[in-house]
Design a binder for this molecule. Structure first.
Ligand SMILES: C[S@@+](CC[C@H](N)C(=O)[O-])C[C@H]1O[C@@H](n2cnc3c(N)ncnc32)[C@H](O)[C@@H]1O
Length: 220
């Protein structure tokens, strides 16, 4: 199926709230576990950047599993960042987490030498996917770990319907609509491999990890 872009920022308050209330525990726990499989022992006490952190559900789970690391979470949507701040406060992570409002490309980040760059479900929002790879390259130290997970666009409308029915049947109409739109906006693993080649990150690997997700990981 042809890619159908969706708006980049999730700055509608109802949309942000619905997203923050949704149960993404399976996928988000998987994100954290797969990171550990790909990069055992990291990030240690290093500084990590979460691009498109949204309501910080992945960020908080990651911080709990890596108690020594500090994390900067960046997002362009104030509505999401307000929910992220609540999640960080509730988890008592204020001393290790900074939330930064900024639009990519061009966002001001406080560091140019991050040890780890993570991102979940940002890429499919980006009209120019190179923005993610170039931001990671431009703000990480040489040899830093890069770990990205996102959805994969289905091949056929029937497959799209099947995934929405399987994974969002019990969700609100708003969340079902967002999930469908996100699948339609998503990049396929072959497209991600080509993006990484173009960005000079051809040594990074892309693996399919579920019926709807891929991961991309390697050294910057
Ligand atoms: C689907 S959410 C994912 C949030 C979080 N990473 C998670 O997995 O729960 C994508 C987030 O990326 C943000 N975003 C999209 N395009 C962006 C851009 N160009 N600059 C900064 N943030 C962006 C949106 O505002 C939204 O909060």
């Amino acid at each position: 199926m042809e890619r159908r872009p969706e708006p980049e920022l999730m700055d509608d308050e109802a949309q942000a709230w619905a997203y923050a209330q949704a149960d993404f525990s399976e996928a988000h726990e998987r994100f954290v576990a797969l990171f550990t499989e790909c990069f055992p022992g990291e990030p240690g006490s290093g500084l990590c950047l979460d691009l498109g952190c949204g309501a910080a559900d992945v960020l908080v789970r990651f911080a709990r599993v890596h108690p020594e690391c500090r994390i900067d979470g960046l997002d362009g949507a104030p509505a999401m960042l307000a929910l992220a701040q609540r999640a960080v406060d509730a988890a008592r992570l204020q001393d290790r987490v900074r939330l930064i409002h900024g639009y990519l490309p061009g966002a001001e980040l406080p560091c140019r030498g991050y040890d780890v760059v993570i991102s979940n479900s940002l890429l499919h929002h980006l009209a120019a996917p190179s923005v993610l790879w170039e931001t990671a390259k431009g703000h990480a130290r040489p040899g830093a770990a890069l770990f990205v997970m996102d959805l994969s666009r289905p091949d056929t409308p029937a497959r799209l319907d099947e995934l929405v029915a399987r994974h969002a049947a019990g969700a609100s109409p708003l969340l079902q609509r967002d999930f469908r739109n996100s699948l339609l906006a998503a990049y396929r693993p072959d497209e991600v491999r080509a993006q990484l080649e173009d960005a000079g990150l051809g040594s990074c690997r892309v693996s399919v990890v579920s019926d709807r997700h891929w991961i991309a990981f390697g050294r910057l």
